[in-house]
Write a protein that binds this ligand. Structure first.
Ligand code: ZN
Length: 278
């Protein structure tokens, strides 16, 4: 019996050992599998993280690039705007030089095709005999001229418009008829050749009074000489300046140059040629 018991015990121990071995091995294997799973998961997570980070970085880059592109576009736009503004101010400056301070005399002529901008008839009283075409002045002259005439009226001085803009062709007609009636010498002394009359610029106008006797010493001529600068006008052909302007004194011919230039010319008793240094 003892022998049989011993065998059973030994067999049992063997079975237990075997089972323990098998189970232990499985555990080990499970451990390995778990480790493997962990590694795979970690690797996946890492990959995910990496790709997420990469995407984030890419997105950031893209965003940055987008912003940079936008900024560049902004800069370009700002530069373009700046250039346009500069062009505008240059154009404005040119307009001032070309229009308000445009010099027309016997040396500086206008082309046959020159027509002043914004030609229109000012709302003032005209000499009834004045021609409709010659009632026009350049756009920039309209308001200052109306102010001058209205202020004069308020101060008891009646000024009448007589002759403003004259086209190249009408100046040609005036010159030709004067040559015919008075001879070339007298015509050249008093009438500008076509293209060399300031009247073609639309910046000047001959005014007169009701008696049509507009000379120094009349209250109208004296008021005009004293006050026209306040509205941006000058007596274009002053006394004692024939050597500079090339034209006899004309108390009736006023020229718009803008308030700043008019005040300087008035205060210093100079001609437009002297003001412009020509
Ligand atoms: Zn004139």
């Amino acid at each position: 019996m003892k022998k049989i018991l011993k065998k059973v015990l030994l067999f049992g121990v063997l079975i237990i050992c075997g089972l323990w071995y098998i189970l232990g091995g499985q555990n080990l294997n499970l451990g390995n599998i778990n480790n493997k799973n962990n590694l795979v998961q970690e690797a996946e997570v890492n990959d995910k993280d990496k790709s997420e980070q990469e995407i984030e970085v890419e997105d950031k880059d893209k965003f940055k690039q987008g912003v940079e592109v936008k900024d560049k576009k902004k800069d370009e736009y700002q530069q373009e705007t700046k250039v346009k503004d500069e062009e505008k101010s240059e154009q404005a400056a040119n307009i001032n030089i070309k229009e308000e301070l445009l010099l027309v005399n016997r040396k500086h002529g206008l082309s046959k095709d020159y027509i002043p901008k914004g030609l229109s008839i000012p709302n003032i009283q005209f000499l009834s005999k004045s021609e409709n075409d010659e009632r026009h002045v350049a756009g920039i002259v309209v308001k200052p001229l109306e102010e001058l005439i209205n202020t004069a009226k308020a101060e008891g001085i009646i000024l009448l418009g007589n002759s403003g803009y004259r086209s190249y062709k009408s100046q040609q007609d005036v010159y030709k008829s004067r040559v015919k009636s008075q001879g070339k010498k007298l015509a050249d002394a008093y009438v500008a050749k076509p293209g060399f009359s300031e009247h073609q610029s639309g910046l000047c106008i001959d005014v007169t009074n009701k008696s049509r006797y507009f000379v120094d010493g009349t209250k109208e001529a004296d008021w005009l000489a004293k006050n026209c600068y306040r509205f941006g006008f000058i007596i274009r052909y002053p006394k004692e300046k024939k050597s500079v302007t090339g034209i006899e004194h004309e108390p009736w011919h006023i020229r718009y140059v803008g308030k700043k230039a008019a005040k300087y010319i008035h205060d210093n008793g100079i001609a437009l040629e002297e003001y412009l240094g020509k």
